[in-house]
Design a protein around this ligand. Structure first.
Ligand code: SAM
Ligand code: SF4
Ligand code: SF4
Length: 422
């Protein structure tokens, strides 16, 4: 099997990826941003990033025209799909690859995810046809939002083809299914335009620091923050909306970045969400004392900018959202550790080899592959998912809180984040 190394400018990632399954990004070359404003915004040291230029670029990008609708696909809802705790199935996180070109210390620590790590073989990954078939079944059961994730989803070759197919799905009521993507942003500058053309609407980019040294340390492959900022700009310029930024805050590592990140994205239309460091599988260094709580993060921001709760909050939104009192935009906090939100959790996850997980912290899964054969009716797959969802009673984060209160030290095995996405 041919394998290549990923080069980040002068740097080379030590993590080879099977070449038949992933794109070969030209990190050495200047990323192509297919826009009129070709000024190299980030061809400068991170400390000199031009905030005023990105502000105006991001603002004008929000006026981009909507994406045209595809064909309707409104098969009737099978029957009510709620779990044992009365939670409907509304969101699907679809992982397209379990590999990544970063080694974020809180997700894929280098010591564990070595180049010999037994990642899924590319042959075991679902094809885009299978993913689309599967997505249709979820939509029939009530899903109206699909988030493409990974690993790093932009490493999956021709991802635009999958997005094109998913963008044609309609709910049984005939409404658009929201298609979103979570990415580390390393390939976004080159791909933002084609992703949008394929039908992607919204994108979330992970960005844990504006300080280049801290950022490189956290991604642990020496990837420069300027490239990710360039990706964020390209996404906004391509008309993706909203563009969100996810910042995982780990105490003692990057809490110094909370205010700089908040300041940077004010007045840009980009919504930042600060995420508490979680004990997901892969996060070997997790300890409760390393969690920088959302309340602390919010207080820090409020020391400089007044915030008020946003009233237009969706019940199943993972973030608690606030707006800047001076109208400079909004900011969110995802408090999975300090204030778990299992009661509103309407998310199912499917790994790139077709296993369905009903919780980010589940270990057991349902293999959907046997129901993805061409000869089988979509009905059989939907019934299988329905039965699994009806049997669901997961609420790991709430139970983690209970365990902590009674002083339990019991550690539960959890699925790795890079297999099922965030
Ligand atoms: N590679 C893509 C990225 O980083 O955006 C998508 C997959 S990544 C697993 C999805 C999200 O999970 C990211 O926003 C990442 O910051 C978050 N994440 C990973 N490990 C985490 C942890 N231990 N605690 C909190 N969030 C975590
Ligand atoms: Fe890769 Fe995303 Fe995990 Fe970082 S958080 S290691 S970018 S999958
Ligand atoms: Fe949902 Fe599980 Fe997270 Fe609770 S712990 S919010 S059930 S994914």
């Amino acid at each position: 099997m041919g394998e290549r190394l990923y080069s980040f400018g002068a740097l080379v990632s030590p993590y080879p990826l099977p070449h038949e399954s992933v794109e070969q990004p030209e990190f050495g070359a200047a990323p192509h941003v297919a826009q009129a404003e070709t000024k190299p915004l980030f061809a400068m040291k991170h400390t000199e990033v031009d905030v005023s230029t990105i502000h105006s670029a991001l603002r004008s990008a929000h006026a981009a025209p909507p994406i045209a609708s595809g064909e309707a696909d409104s098969t009737p809802l099978l029957s009510e799909c709620t779990d044992k705790l009365g939670r409907p199935l509304k969101d699907l996180r679809l992982s397209v690859i379990d590999q990544c070109n970063f080694r974020c210390t809180y997700c894929m620590p280098k010591e564990v995810f070595t180049k010999d790590y037994p990642f899924l073989r590319s042959a075991s990954r679902l094809s885009f046809e299978q993913m689309t078939f599967l997505a249709k079944a979820f939509v029939r059961l009530g899903v109206d939002k699909i988030r493409i994730t990974g690993g790093e989803p932009l490493l999956r070759k021709d991802l635009e083809t999958l997005i094109e197919r998913l963008a044609c799905l309609r709910t049984p009521e005939g409404k658009d299914v929201e298609i979103a993507l979570t990415t580390n942003g390393s390939l976004l500058a080159a791909k933002a335009r084609s992703l949008r053309d394929a039908g992607l609407r919204r994108v979330t980019v992970s960005l844990d620091s504006l300080d280049d040294a801290v950022f490189r340390r956290m991604n642990d492959v020496g990837f420069p923050v300027a490239r990710v900022l360039e990706g964020i700009h390209a996404a906004a310029a391509a008309g993706l909306s909203p563009v969100k930024v996810n910042t995982v805050v780990e105490r003692g590592v990057n809490e110094s970045q909370i205010l700089p990140i908040a300041r940077y994205f004010r007045n840009t239309g980009v919504v930042v969400r600060f995420i508490e460091f979680m004990d997901v599988g892969g996060a070997a260094s997790w300890a409760r004392k390393n969690v920088f709580t959302s309340d602390d993060a919010r207080r820090l921001i409020e020391s400089e900018f007044a915030l008020q709760p946003l009233l237009t909050q969706r019940a199943n939104d993972t973030a608690r959202n606030f707006e800047y009192a001076d109208g400079a935009g909004s900011v969110g906090f995802i408090s999975s550790v300090s204030q778990p939100f299992c009661g509103d959790c309407t998310r199912a996850r499917v790994s790139s080899d077709g296993k369905m997980f009903t919780c980010l912290f589940a270990t057991g899964s349902l293999d959907l592959k046997p129901w993805l054969g061409e000869a089988l009716a979509p009905e059989a797959l939907a019934q299988e998912i329905l039965a699994r969802w009806r049997d669901r009673d997961d609420r790991y984060s709430e139970l983690r809180g209970v365990r902590a209160r009674v002083g339990s030290k019991k550690v539960y095995p959890t699925v790795r984040m890079s297999l099922v996405g965030g």
